[in-house]
Design a protein around this ligand. Structure first.
Ligand SMILES: Nc1nc2c(c(=O)[nH]1)N[C@H]1C(S)=C(S)[C@@H](COP(=O)(O)O)O[C@H]1N2
Ligand SMILES: [Mo]
Length: 420
């Protein structure tokens, strides 16, 4: 196929390729509050910062000047202290490369797979960002709860909320050690300086129904209570840089938390306070939202943490069908919330038989890996392509159980193509 990607501008005097571009949505004040990564167009493993997805649950705060930035660490510690950015930069640095994935990414595939199994006709959600029609939904979010509840309002497409990044900062554990963590410490509550009232529309959207009572905490700061074990892992870092450059405001400058393997909502942006606690705090975004459970009134709801095991076929797509008889490459990305991807299997017959794909090796456990396999499609017909990942812990895709908020989707999504 002629290079479909050569349709870009001239760059530094040379004909250029198409650049990977963010699909961004703005609020009423023209500020970007939400954006999707067109990861199908991405080459390599690190998503350019300008193409990295963005999610703000509350109102995006005013920026804080890095020179004025200061936050307190207090609670179950020997020496409560305040830190500036230059204080933080005196600790030994640590850089981690990891996939960041929003817990709600690909949520509609839960329903799609169910519909497909039952012979239903729900359209397959697409990873291809055709337009920014999502924009108006996000802009009106908060304007009224009716958005997600009125029958005629189309829901936004919740795909492409993930990106691969390189984050530079310090291990959170080195800061906790410096202030003298007490043995009573159970959780580290990180609070952002953004505030707002959680929008019920988000709850309705994620649950897919509106006939239940939403808990209204009023105006809150975004916060999360990280269990102490995860807080003490060396790869859990406080980052001031992304992809070799200073953190940008939308991504949480001056300082944000990076929790490799755990869903994006743990990666607290715009850190304002760090409180060490002797119990798990009752944060809205982990007690009421981003929880597992079979229904909104399930008594066994629990905070969701590590992502499952996931593979996504980036080529070919359903949209590429029909394919010409001959050789094709099936390729894609694979990642896991609990360590490196060890294996990716590919089926071209709807899961009857599987073959091992080539999986690109590298040393970053929480970063996705690219996989590929050559497929000799010599016989015309209809084919169902599937991929299945296994991580270094031996977890096999899919890992995550169905939950009423339909978060952490890691199911196997078949690609349907015809060979002619
Ligand atoms: N302070 C703060 N941190 C936050 C959020 C937020 O709304 N406020 N959103 C969370 C969610 S749901 C996600 S998916 C990630 C998105 O990070 P990004 O915008 O840098 O991609 O940030 C998380 N951290
Ligand atoms: Mo998220």
């Amino acid at each position: 196929m002629a290079s479909k990607e050569i349709e870009g501008d001239w760059y530094l005097g040379w004909a250029d390729r198409k650049r990977i571009q963010l699909a961004a949505s703005k609020d009423r004040h023209d500020r970007v509050i939400n954006a999707r990564t067109p990861f199908l167009d991405q080459e390599g493993l690190i998503t350019p910062t300008d193409a990295s997805y963005i999610v703000a649950q509350l109102n995006v705060p005013e920026p804080v000047h890095p020179d004025d930035y200061r936050f307190e660490v207090f609670g179950e510690v020997e020496r409560p202290s305040a830190f500036t950015l230059s204080d933080i930069r005196k600790f030994p640095a640590r850089t981690v490369r990891a996939v960041a994935e929003c817990a709600g990414n690909d949520t509609n595939f839960w329903d799609y797979l169910k519909s497909r199994e039952q012979g239903g006709n729900m359209a397959k959600p697409s990873y291809r960002i055709e337009s920014d029609w999502n924009a108006s939904w996000w802009a009106e979010k908060g304007e009224a709860d009716i958005k997600a509840t009125s029958a005629d309002s189309a829901e936004p497409t919740i795909t492409c909320y993930l990106s691969g990044g390189e984050w530079t900062g310090i291990s959170l554990s080195s800061l906790l050690e410096a202030v003298g963590l007490k043995s009573s410490a159970v959780a580290v509550r990180l609070e952002g300086f953004d505030e707002g009232r959680p929008d019920p529309a988000m709850q309705y959207l994620s649950v897919g129904r509106s006939d239940f009572q939403v808990y209204d905490p009023g105006i809150i700061n975004y916060d999360k209570g990280l269990p102490i074990e995860k807080a003490m892992e060396r790869d859990t870092i406080l980052a001031w840089a992304q992809n070799g450059d200073w953190l940008t405001h939308v991504h949480g400058a001056p300082l944000r938390l990076v929790v490799p393997g755990w869903a994006g909502n743990w990666w607290v942006k715009w850190i304002n306070k760090i409180e060490i606690m002797d119990h798990m705090p009752d944060c809205y975004h982990q007690t009421y939202y981003f929880v597992s459970g079979k229904s909104p009134d399930d008594p066994n709801k629990a905070p969701m943490t590590a992502l499952g095991v996931k593979t996504v076929i980036t080529e070919p797509l359903d949209e590429d069908s029909p394919l010409a008889v001959g050789e094709h490459v099936i390729r894609g990305l694979a990642w896991s919330g609990e360590g490196a991807i060890a294996r990716v299997e590919v089926s071209t017959d709807g899961g009857l038989t599987w073959r091992d794909a080539h999986v690109e090796e590298h040393g970053d456990r929480f970063l996705w890996r690219r996989f590929s396999i050559v497929w000799n499609a010599n016989t015309p017909g209809r084919y169902t392509l599937m991929t299945r990942g296994t991580d270094e812990r031996g977890r096999v895709q899919p890992v995550t159980e169905w939950n009423f908020q339909r978060k952490h989707f890691d199911g196997i999504v078949p690609v349907d193509v015809e060979v002619i």
